[in-house]
Design a protein around this ligand. Sequence first.
Ligand code: CP3
Length: 352
Amino acid sequence: MTAAQGLADSAFLKAARGEAVPHTPVWFMRQAGRSLPEYLKVREGVGMLESCLDADLTTEITLQPVRRYGVDAAIFFSDIVLPLKAVGVDLDIKPGVGPVVARPVRTLADVEAIPDLTPDAVPTITRAVRQLVAELAGINGGTPLIGFAGAPFTVASYLVEGGPSKEHALTKAMMFGAPDVWDALMRKIAGISAAFLEVQVAAGASAVQLFDSWAGALTPGDYATHVMPHSADVLARVGTLGVPRIHFGVGTTNLLTLMGEAGADVVGIDWRTPLADGIARVGGPEGHCVQGNLDPTLVFAPTEVMLARAGEIIEAGRSARGHIFNLGHGVIPSTDPDQLKRLTEFVQAYPV
Ligand code: CP3
């Protein structure tokens, strides 16, 4: 079997296409990162953005959870604001805080000052993805790499607020009160995110995930009118490349149907939504495949409690067109890696 065939036959890609799987595939959002001692070691004295722009370090960090857990997919180590940095937006990722933008975007002139992304702005991304794809081909018969980008609303929130926000009040004020600026900003980010995904797929990524982490701050009506068309543009551009598209947000119970309709092959279900409910909202067995959705705090429960809940999620997943096991949001930094190892082994050994 060739490496390409091994990848195509991987449990992760089969599930994403809604095909029968040898086992339920599993990976974890934020599987690379602060919960791993080997990550903390290689990141010593190296800034977050610096590590995202160093192809060898990115490669090493992306591979760490694959080696440790034997998960069914790797996710490219980067950040949703990296493409903004690459086009020249003055921003930093502050430890324990997140992305901070020096001059927040408020006017049409601010939007127009942001350049579009071309592949030559992210040469280290191309190099890192190529390196990773070559390495991953030899791991567990071929492990797929997931590329990712931030969706327009979530990236806009960082640009407009200037940093992390709970209410997204300035962002939504622009959405409600300055539709021309909003439209221009969403188009700008959609172009950048689509280009960032295209770079990763061109370099060999097998699937993509579009993170609209903060879309749960919107009503379905506002999401449909002001946000969904732009996420749909990103997903449509990537759709021409033939790789599965995963679309995920947090607190999105009321938006799941729309997020599927935006052009996702797989809809990520956050942990607040019972998986069976999420599956029904994305069309049941004939609808979209799903990914999720163990509450990330269950790793702090006794192992048997965590595994019992994981079993319930796998059972619920049977009514979906396809199911990829994941947490319902990212790995919490204080997570014990041994728990994630046990969880991975449990999911992969669970009868399909
Ligand atoms: O393993 C993986 O999942 C890949 C790595 C990854 C990171 N960011 C690395 C990172 C991914 C997929 C992201 C996406 C991302 N970044 C999202 C969408 C996913 C989500 O969690 O909903 C968002 C909203 C961001 C913005 C962002 N960047 C946040 C909220 C933070 C965390 C702030 C903190 O320190 O708690 C960051 C920084 C960041 N991105 C870290 C990592 C590993 C922590 C920085 C560090 O280790 O120093």
